[in-house]
Design a binder for this molecule. Structure first.
Ligand SMILES: [Zn+2]
Length: 269
């Protein structure tokens, strides 16, 4: 055990000095270790002062297996299993990020089905896309949850995708609903899924805007992603229609986000 610790320490010093990458790659967040962290802190994963440590995602279960096998319940975390480096911990992720000013309803909370397969997103992403669902909107949590389940069933059963397509969804109840979350590649913006995250506002915004609560939730979610190191500080914001032939995220919502500070006029094509 002692030699393993020394080995890990050496690796850390050599490879990630001055960077939070090791922590981010384990799905964690670098923060002051006086803040409570249900998943536990590990040292030498974060830049800065010694008390700035890596808060790992809280996990309810995990098992060690060859990482060429699909990890159905969550993501692979390195450094937790003995043996070869491809023997990694398939961990159930509960982490939705520690966000200010917005509530994220986790997959467990809204009763999501398990994904069929998972690919891990390389973070931080430099692109962020905004969508609308073009379906019903919702102003109370119970209705939003029933819409979430309907969208997940549609994406998994009719479209035959591995999971609900979007990274996150937002309701006019002012909540964010976790889709694939921060750590997984989504199915939302063809050609850009492996380098972006995306939020979809539940409703159809061709002719009117989402309410203020929903718009505030979208902005707070993006800020949360930046603060946690999931989205680059220099991210470029787009509407879905900037990346392909679609009306998404609706003309009225699209015209609004074009006024937001990170909206990019750099062409994606
Ligand atoms: Zn879209």
């Amino acid at each position: 055990m002692v030699s393993l610790n020394i080995l890990l320490f050496c690796f850390v010093v050599k490879s990630t000095l001055g960077s939070d990458l090791l922590c981010i790659n384990r799905g964690g967040t670098c923060q002051d270790d006086s803040i409570s962290c249900p998943g536990g802190y590990v040292s030498n994963h974060c830049s800065g002062a010694a008390n700035r440590r890596c808060c790992l995602p809280s996990t309810s279960s995990g098992h060690c297996q060859d990482d060429s096998m699909t990890c159905h319940v969550g993501i692979y975390v390195s450094g937790l299993c003995s043996g070869a480096s491809n023997r990694r911990c398939c961990t159930q992720v509960k982490d939705t990020g520690s966000c200010n000013n917005v509530k994220i309803i986790s997959r467990d909370s809204w009763g999501a089905r398990d994904p069929k397969t998972i690919s891990q997103e390389h973070l931080p992403v430099d692109l962020f896309f905004i969508h609308h669902t073009e379906g019903p909107s919702c102003t109370d949590t119970a209705t939003c949850i029933s819409i979430m389940k309907g969208i997940q069933n549609f994406h998994m059963d009719d479209r035959d995708w591995s999971d609900i397509g979007y990274s996150f969804l937002v309701g006019e109840d002012g909540n964010v609903y976790e889709g694939r979350g921060w750590h997984r590649v989504g199915a939302h913006t063809q050609g850009y899924n492996s380098r972006s995250l995306a939020v979809s506002v539940m409703g159809n915004y061709m002719n009117h805007l989402p309410n203020e609560k929903a718009l505030a939730a979208v902005k707070a979610l993006i800020q949360c992603g930046v603060d946690n190191g999931y989205i680059s500080h220099h991210y470029r914001l787009y509407g879905h229609r900037d990346a392909g032939s679609t009306n998404c995220p609706g003309t009225t919502l699209y015209n609004l986000i074009r006024t937001w500070p990170h909206y990019s006029t750099i062409s994606l094509h």
